[in-house]
Design a protein around this ligand. Structure first.
Ligand code: AMP
Length: 317
């Protein structure tokens, strides 16, 4: 499964990416997480991007692309990936297409989370994260049971990301409208865009996503596995994506099997016929030999009779 999640900051991509990664056993590759990690480890890259990130602006396309490429190439991404927060600009999407093309593993779907802008603002401004275990909450929509205390690890360090503060949120939303929203058209033109309603209960949204993935990506993967294992589908085996409904019509493997059975049947028939013919010939040959022997016996008998008759005649004479 090779999928990208698209949507405004706070639309729930990160939460859903984690759930998807768990269910489909593929890595979640989050450009924001990778960059934040670089910042917290104080690497060269981290130092370069720290202030840009805090301001809510986007880091350069090259930096973002390089940050995710290594993960995309890694062994753990062989079964697929969920890309979260990347690409965020058209040049990033083009780079992604090119690199995945080199790996012969093109993107399958772009899932766009649609959400009311007012909700987007509340989701980002209200977001809190546990500094210890990473659990996330929202002041407005999903606060912890005890105010300020993490339900998972009991830590009191529920913090707001620097770029979730008001001025940064404004800049991030502007960057989204300016640079990221055009990707909706980009992926629609590739027939890869699917929209998921981003509002509602987390598990309900996840259910809607799984429906899309299970009907549109997994049959394709089954097809790829089938091709790899030599059990190739006929081109009309599946009605894909178009109606959102998948219909299994038949395998080329099925007809190959039928053809195989036919060949075996014909072989048996031919063998039986050949066997009968041989047996027939044997019988004919046996009968002919018997006739010959009988004839010879008759001839011999006649000769003996003739000889004894002539002997009698000579004795008389
Ligand atoms: P996120 O966690 O996805 O909201 O990303 C946090 C910040 O990291 C963004 O506001 C950007 O500054 C930076 N960032 C993450 N991904 C990208 C990207 N694909 N392109 C440019 N900047 C990014």
């Amino acid at each position: 499964m090779r999928i990208v999640l698209l949507g405004a900051p706070g639309c729930g991509k990160g939460t859903q990416a984690k759930l998807m990664a768990g269910k489909y056993r593929v890595p979640q590759i989050s450009s924001g997480e990778l960059l934040r990690q670089a910042v917290s480890e104080k690497t060269e890259l981290g130092k370069r991007v720290e202030s840009i990130m805090a301001s809510g602006e986007l880091v350069s396309d090259d930096i973002a692309t390089d940050a995710v490429t290594e993960r995309l190439r890694s062994n753990e991404s062989k079964r697929g990936f969920v890309l979260d927060g990347f690409p965020r600009t058209i040049p990033q999407a083009q780079q992604l297409d090119t690199r995945l093309g080199w790996m012969n593993r093109p993107l399958q779907l772009a899932l766009y989370f649609s959400l009311d802008p007012a909700v987007v603002v509340k989701r980002t401004l209200g977001r809190l994260e546990c500094a210890k275990c990473g659990a996330s909450y929202n002041r407005y929509f999903s606060p912890p049971a005890k105010r300020g205390i993490c339900e998972h690890c009991g830590s009191k360090e529920l913090v707001q990301r620097l770029d979730d503060r008001q001025h940064a949120v404004r800049a991030r939303l502007d960057a989204y409208e300016r640079d990221t929203a055009p990707l909706i058209t980009y992926f629609r033109a590739q027939h890869k865009l699917r929209t998921v309603e981003g509002e509602g209960d987390i598990q309900d949204i996840f259910g809607r996503i799984c429906e899309i993935v299970d009907t549109e990506i997994r049959p394709l993967e089954t097809k790829v596995i089938a091709i790899e294992t030599g059990r190739e589908y006929r081109s009309d085996a599946l009605t894909l994506i178009s109606g959102g409904k998948v219909e299994r019509r038949g395998f080329a493997g099925d007809s190959q099997k039928a053809a195989g059975k036919n060949v075996a049947k014909k072989k048996v028939v031919r063998k039986k016929a050949a066997g009968k013919e041989v047996a027939k010939k044997k019988v004919v040959r046996k009968k002919a030999a018997q006739k010959k022997v009988a004839k010879k016996k008759v001839v011999k008998k006649k000769i003996v009779v003739r000889k004894s008759a002539s002997k009698k005649r000579t004795r008389k004479g």
